[in-house]
Design a protein around this ligand. Sequence first.
Ligand code: FMN
Length: 213
Amino acid sequence: MTKLLYVVGSPRGENSESTSIAGTFLEAYREANPPVEVDTLDLWREPLPVYGPAGVEAKMSVFAGEEPQADAWGDVLRVFERFNAADRYLFTVPMWNHGVPWPLKHLIDTISQPGLIFGFDPEKGYSGLLTDKKAAVIYTSGVYGPGRGRAFGTDFHSTYFNDWLRFAGIEDVTEVRFQPTIATADANALREAAHAEARRLGARFESSALAAA
Ligand SMILES: Cc1cc2nc3c(=O)[nH]c(=O)nc-3n(C[C@H](O)[C@H](O)[C@H](O)COP(=O)(O)O)c2cc1C
């Protein structure tokens, strides 16, 4: 059975625009693909283990080909294994200060480990290890919107996050955007368009993945 990991990046619960759009996407996805197992990782309600000095030392040990400190590496492995158990991903990524919310960066810093998410070759550089997977991402921002100009902010959230997915080996990325959500007279029209796009892309998410496989 296909496993989808839904990673919730907004803390705003039922007030969250990205969560609402993700709900529309998931509903369409489930309707089109009845046997799917969904695991929800709500980064705000299920905090990850702190990735601090011991975790960093463990990473540097692994990178140097040495044995990592067991407890810290065990924490990393548990989070990574849950992440890696999925074939498909759905992320909600609101823009926070032009970047991604910190719990999502925390997840990225925890699991972006040598031999897990990426390989490294001194001549060829990085290679992503999460192949044969596919992601959908819901991007929201209150003020920033594509083409609005620098005075309305700069998009370091989707550029950063899409690049991280590809760094990890997840090349097939579907995006839905609702931007801007607040500083616009057209919020209702943009919201409706984003939900319609989520419905359309949710329904074909799996079949386009199978066709590509
Ligand atoms: C801490 C914080 C930082 C934010 N920073 C930005 C920003 O840099 N640019 C922007 O356009 N909107 C920013 N916003 C607004 C959110 O991106 C916007 O409200 C979005 O719709 C949130 O998505 P959500 O409703 O799914 O939580 C910020 C909101 C918060 C709470």
